[in-house]
Design a protein. Structure first.
Length: 124
């Protein structure tokens, strides 16, 4: 899958603004919640290897790492399973999946840039 890396600070700032706008429009979710600094990577690419429009980048692939990923992993309401493809434990809910290897956590999710719906994150 072809995707380009861009400045994490710039891209996560834009993503944070988008998520903040969504959450704040639903009411003040900060009360009683825990907010963490996000670190990770962002890739822009096709929806899949077999994408019929290979020239069009249409999905933002987010990889969240560190304490934010650990918080998401531990908060997910599903049991971890061992994934032999990636050789580590993972939790998956919809198109969001998080991994744990030793004490390192990462979460992957995609956002379809045409529809705004979630998409599966990076492939194995």
């Amino acid at each position: 899958m072809a995707w380009t890396r861009r400045s994490l600070t710039y891209q996560f700032s834009i993503i944070s603004i988008m998520f903040s706008a969504v959450f704040l429009s639903a009411g003040d979710v900060r009360a009683g919640g825990q907010w963490l600094q996000m670190t990770g990577e962002l890739g822009i690419g096709k929806t899949s290897i077999a994408d019929p429009t290979p020239e069009m980048d249409s999905v933002a692939y987010l990889v969240i790492k560190g304490k934010a990923a650990e918080k998401i992993y531990k908060t997910m309401k599903t049991d971890p399973i061992f994934d032999s493809c990636i050789q580590m434990f993972m939790k998956k809910v919809g198109n969001l999946y998080c991994t744990k290897k030793r004490n390192q956590f990462a979460c992957d999710v995609g956002i379809n840039l045409e529809t705004g719906q979630s998409a599966l994150g990076r492939p194995c």
